[in-house]
Structure formats: C-alpha cells, structure tokens
Design a protein around this ligand. Structure first.
Ligand code: AP5
Length: 224
C-alpha cells in the first residue's frame, strides 16, 4: 500500500493544529508537530528545550540545524515509516530541501502539501482567543470553538491555558517571520506540483471537509 506523506503548511493560527486533530481521526497517519515537540522539550527541560525556549518566546524560528536533525530522525523511525502528517515543518527553504533530500535518499516521496491560509488580521483574532488543554493538547477558541464548560478541557476537565507565545506582540513577530522565511515554501512546492490551497477562513467544519476531500483524492491517486 503506497504511503501518504503529507505536509500542513500555513501561517501561525491558520488552523493547522485544529485540522490535524480531525484528519488524524480520518486517516491513519503518524502526526509530527514540531511546535508540540518543542513545547514538550521545554516542559521536560531537555537540552533541545533549553536551546529552543528563547527563540520560541521571542516568536523566532529555532535554528535549522537544531530542528532538522530531530525531525529527520523521527521520520525514519517507527510509525512514520508508513506515512506521516507534518505540521510546522518544513518552515524554511533549507528545511524543505533537507526533507526532500532525506526522503529521496530513503526512496520515498512527498504525496502533497496542504496550504491552509488566512489573512493576518483574522490570525491575530484567532490567536488572542486560543486556549489549550495542558495535558491533552486539545485546541479551543473562546468564541469560534469553545469548550463545553467555560475554561475547562472537554477531554479531562483541566483548566485551559494560553500559550506563552500567544501575546499580541509575539504574534505580530511570528507573522513577520512567517512571511519572510516560511512563505517562500509555497512557490517551492507549487513548482513541484505538490501544493493544494485550502481557504482557512471558512468554519472549522468546512475547512475540515475540504482538507479531508483533498487527502482522500490524493490517497485514491496514490493507490492506482
Ligand atoms: P507552532 O506550534 O508550530 O505554531 P504555529 O505554526 O505558529 O502554529 P499555531 O500552533 O500557532 O497555529 P495553528 O495553525 O496550528 O492554529 P490552531 O489550529 O491552533 O510553532 C511554535 C514555535 O515553535 C514557532 O514560533 C518556532 O519558534 C518553533 N518552531 C516550530 N516548528 C519550527 C520549525 N520547523 N523550525 C523552526 N522553529 C520552529 O488555530 C488557532 C486558533 O484559531 C485556535 O483557537 C482555533 O480554535 C481557532 N480556529 C482554528 N480554525 C478556525 C476556523 N476555521 N475558524 C475560526 N477559528 C478557528
């Protein structure tokens, strides 16, 4: 059975994590989210976390050399060998090139890149209302996707938290970094015929339907 090797691309707060949670229920894919991995490393106080923290708090990207090694190791091991969904990687052209080279070297291909987009103003609104379950990682929005009980995680009832890098001034910085360093990947993947654009301004359910249908088509094409 051919692998589905997918990337979720898009600005911070466009809805990548929200959709990833739903897609993982639809398709059996190893989910690799660099932001989650880095936040876990920070929480556990590992050497990676210690090095990454100051970059993340400032809204900067962590250095390519640091993140590329971690992700390539993860891709070649365990569950990711049968297909993966990358969220938050690659985020620079060198990261994209390193990923392409590593996959080619292993005789594997990328199946598609799903670009979820939304304008900057919408992103600032979304991120300022984002809340997260500290243990479950479930993402909410106080207005657009609220929990059943205000301030409590639907999964385990824990108090919801706001991410350290979701302060308005850090969000603006993250958007600038996105436009300067990550947006060039859109043309990179478009040139390779891999890019699929998804309008991220629709409701979470509509975006999910579009993402799900796009992946289902890619899966059918990969199966023939
Ligand atoms: P990371 O955790 O990857 O953050 P990000 O890309 O900035 O993405 P977000 O998690 O902020 O947004 P999202 O698109 O997942 O949106 P969400 O679904 O939550 O990275 C954090 C940091 O780690 C980086 O700044 C960097 O320092 C470092 N890092 C990570 N990867 C790296 C790499 N490869 N190289 C170097 N450094 C790296 O949605 C946002 C909100 O909107 C939620 O509240 C949600 O409920 C709501 N929402 C979602 N969809 C909709 C909708 N359709 N309508 C209305 N509201 C919606």
């Amino acid at each position: 059975m051919p692998e589905l090797n997918l990337i979720l691309l898009g600005p911070p707060g466009a809805g990548k994590g929200t959709q990833a949670e739903r897609i993982r229920e639809d398709f059996d894919l190893a989910y690799i989210a660099t932001g989650d991995m880095l936040r876990q490393a920070v929480a556990e106080g590992t050497p990676l976390g210690a090095e990454a923290k100051s970059y993340m708090d400032a809204g900067d990207l962590v250095p390519d050399a640091l993140i590329i090694a971690v992700i390539l190791e993860r891709l070649h091991g365990g569950d990711a060998r049968d297909g993966f969904l990358l969220d938050g990687f690659p985020r620079t052209i060198p990261q994209g090139e390193a990923l392409g080279e590593a996959l080619r070297g292993a005789g594997r291909d990328l199946t598609g890149v799903l670009m979820i987009d939304a304008p900057d103003e919408e992103i600032v609104r979304r991120i300022s209302g984002r809340r997260v379950g500290p243990a479950s990682g479930r993402v909410y929005h106080v207005e657009f996707d609220p929990p059943k009980v205000e301030g409590k995680d639907d999964v385990d009832g824990a108090d919801l938290i706001q991410r350290d890098d979701d302060r308005p001034e850090t969000v603006r910085k993250r958007l600038d970094v996105y436009h300067a360093q990550t947006a060039p990947l859109v043309a990179h993947y478009e040139d390779r015929g891999l890019l699929h654009r998804i309008d991220g301004t629709a409701s979470p359910a509509s975006v999910h339907e579009h993402v799900r249908a796009t992946i289902a088509t890619l899966k059918l094409e990969a199966d023939v």
